[in-house]
Design a protein. Structure first.
Length: 143
């Protein structure tokens, strides 16, 4: 299993798309709880349109996002709290179903995980990978 990850912090849509295309990503799975952004082009609908123009499928799995308390902990640099909150999130039935779905999707085509943070070390997408797909080969894209 090979999974790509990408964050859109401090990048443009053009550079973001180029990184995905360059890596051969065919599907992008958005694991933000709220697929909204103040950065132009990165909210769900415009991002989905831009990806479709590049023949990249978009899928949003809200259940794999970080709850509000986890996002607050991350903003304040409270990594232990983020990890505790996100682990609890992943134990919910809808998150377990989304995890199973994502594992199946990754097996089909080259797939990337999307969140905001440029540095995957500070993002829940790395926690998901560590806990739910430890056997995966991971490539972090940096547009």
């Amino acid at each position: 299993m090979h999974i790509f990850t990408i964050g859109y912090e401090a990048t443009t849509v053009a550079d973001f798309l180029a990184a995905l295309k360059g890596a051969g990503v065919k599907r992008l799975v958005d694991i933000r709880a709220l697929p909204l952004s103040r950065r132009p082009g990165f909210s769900k609908t415009p991002l989905k349109v831009a990806l479709a123009e590049e023949q990249i499928e978009y899928l949003h799995l809200r259940a794999l996002g970080t709850p509000a308390a986890g996002r607050e902990a991350a903003r304040k640099g409270r990594q232990a709290d983020l990890e505790r909150i996100y682990r609890e999130q992943l134990q919910l039935p809808e998150a377990m179903a989304a995890t199973a779905q994502l594992r199946e999707l990754v097996a089909e085509v080259p797939t990337g995980l999307l969140c905001f943070e440029r540095d995957p070390a500070g993002c829940h997408r790395s926690l998901w990978l560590r806990w739910e797909a430890p056997e995966a080969e991971v490539t972090h894209l940096h547009p």
